[in-house]
Write a new protein. Structure first.
Length: 365
């Protein structure tokens, strides 16, 4: 990648994309700082480059003789700078600029990739997101195990069960199995009937698949635009549940309400509410294996689970396999959080501005 040897680093947004800024502000700044003898750097052994920069210097000297250059002159000056800028081998331009001695206020171009800091230290916006995730873990743990309150999670539990069964079905297809049927029921759990395949892969894929999807949703939940993209996947998943799920009025109503909440999230603060919906579903799906394994293996609410079937076929105890899968699920969740911290550093206002440009919606609140 080549850099641009230019008189002022503000002529371009960055040396990688080569986009000129507004001509008027450029020239105003240049006229106040430029020295006629040190405004350009003549590359060595390049006749065309030397001629181009001579043209730039002469243009600048001509315009400086004018007491009040008009906007057209400024624009032509900026256009000349842009059209005669010369590409040089990597880092040579900055070396030449330093060797000539830059005037005060000027600096050599820097790669735009240097502007993003790969730091795990959370910003103020990310600290709020981490606090929301921690609160969701506590809230879901309470709702999951309190008999009266657990019905609040009914539609979302259907979704996490769908992710669980999708993990079984996807790995079954990849290992040569034939999928016979998939059923979903938040009261009794899901069931994927298949023939063939490699059970050593398909059995743990349910818990680990839902955890992986949850981690991806948590990652998307750090940013509004990413949450908008994730909401399309969730909407499709909810619609599929209407086909696979138990056909009763409660399932249909709760799924439609969930889809309605996703749609409403688009219209609140340019999708800001959608971020928290995606985070909630992500946390619940990422930790689904933890909650379900606790129910199956510790509280013994069911006689048989994926872990118990795996233990019968491949040895070990069901509790051992269940705990191992739960640990892997927590690792997936932690990875989703770390990736979110690295990728999405924008503040709430910056996210809202970006979201307003991506499938914008009229604000309701």
């Amino acid at each position: 990648m080549s850099f641009i040897a230019s008189a002022h680093d503000n002529l371009f947004e960055s040396p990688l994309d080569l986009v000129p800024r507004q001509a008027s502000s450029l020239v105003d700044s240049a006229f106040s700082q430029v020295d006629s003898d040190s405004t350009t750097t003549r590359p060595v052994n390049t006749a065309a480059a030397r001629d181009g920069f001579v043209q730039v210097r002469e243009r600048m000297r001509t315009l400086r003789r004018s007491t009040n250059p008009d906007e057209d002159s400024k624009a032509r000056w900026a256009s000349t700078i842009h059209s005669t800028a010369v590409r040089l081998p990597p880092y040579e331009s900055s070396t030449l600029l330093r060797s000539r001695g830059l005037p005060s206020g000027l600096s050599s171009p820097q790669p735009i990739l240097m502007r993003r800091s790969l730091s795990l230290e959370p910003s103020d916006t990310q600290k709020v997101t981490l606090g929301v995730i921690a609160a969701y873990v506590v809230i879901i743990a309470i709702l999951w195990h309190v008999p009266v309150l657990k019905w609040i999670l009914y539609p979302l539990k259907m979704l996490t069960i769908a992710f669980h069964e999708f993990g079984h079905a996807a790995t079954g297809c990849c290992t040569g199995a034939r999928i016979k049927s998939i059923t979903l029921d938040p009261r009794e759990g899901g069931c994927t009937m298949m023939s063939g395949g490699i059970s050593a892969i398909t059995l743990p894929a349910g818990y680990l698949g839902s955890s992986l999807i949850g981690a991806l949703l948590i990652f998307c939940g750090f940013d509004i635009v990413a949450s908008k993209i994730a909401s399309f996947v969730l909407a499709v998943a909810f619609i599929i549940i209407l086909w696979w799920g138990r056909k009763d009025w409660l399932t249909i109503v709760t799924i439609l309400v969930s889809v309605g909440l996703l749609v409403a999230g688009w219209f609140i603060a340019h999708g800001a509410a959608l971020r928290y919906e995606v985070l909630f579903i992500g946390v619940m799906s990422a930790l689904y294996s933890v909650w379900d394994i606790f129910d199956d293996l510790i509280l013994r609410k069911v006689n048989e689970s994926d872990a118990s079937v795996f233990a019968k076929r491949y040895g070990g105890s069901s509790a051992c396999w269940g705990v191992l899968w739960a640990i892997v699920s927590v690792v997936f969740m932690a990875a989703g959080i770390l990736c979110g911290l690295l990728a999405f550093k924008d503040s709430f206002s910056e996210q809202a501005a970006d979201s307003a440009k991506f499938l914008p919606t009229r604000l309701l609140f």
